[in-house]
Design a protein around this ligand. Sequence first.
Ligand code: IPE
Ligand code: IPE
Ligand code: MG
Length: 247
Amino acid sequence: MSLKEAINLEKLPKHIAVIMDGNGRWAKEKGKNRIFGHKNGVGSVREVSEACAELGVKYLTLYAFSSENWNRPKLEVAALMELLVRTIGNETKTLMKNNIKLMTIGSIETLPSRAQEQLAKVKEATKNNTRLTLSLALSYGGRAELVDAFKKIASQVKKGEISEGDITESTINKHLYEPSIPDPELMIGTSGEYRLSNFLLWQAAYTELYFTDKFWPDFDKESLYEAILAFQSRERRFGKTSEQIKS
Ligand code: IPE
Ligand code: IPE
Ligand code: MG
């Protein structure tokens, strides 16, 4: 039986989030520059998006650029932005063909205007697509997202629109970048690192974490199937006992 066939389609994670790490080290191993690694990472984005759409995963969130990544060398940041603009332009047809809706989370207003325009265009073009929602985390930081949410809530309290006592977890949820996207059930991190790197801090409270040594450009459909199978072998207890879950 193939890995894909071993997946229980009844128990698919509805939302998978991925920390796409290791492009630079992948390139270095091959004696190439870091940008070469980023370019090759695009192929993995394609593979994983397609695999999710084929399986029936409804949401895929990809960590493409963190708020901390702005501190990288100027040349690398510029190359990443250029790659983003070019890739989005090239992939629109594929997104339409595969019925994929594009969304973004992050401080999008900090991206170069060309990137913002491209993103706005593709988001508009794909907004009615229904098979998979592909959300790109760009200039994204989990803490920044929470700070933004708290500011919005504080301003509502100040205006008297809500009172302090009305604030619940759902108030916070509603003020995240994309409240329509549910929490991820599975988060994948590549390149042998065991950290969240400031990704989806609030949303990952009960997310199953899966880490692999593979560098992102080597991550393919089979790698995704392995991650989903590992997810399906776990017991999610949400604070309860194993007996409670089984009854
Ligand atoms: C992930 O690969 C891509 C981004 C963070 C933009 P890296 O560029 O972090 O690659 P490593 O971790 O240096 O190998
Ligand atoms: C995490 O990768 C961010 C993205 C994948 C976009 P980094 O390479 O920036 O993470 P750290 O700094 O090693 O934690
Ligand atoms: Mg890295």
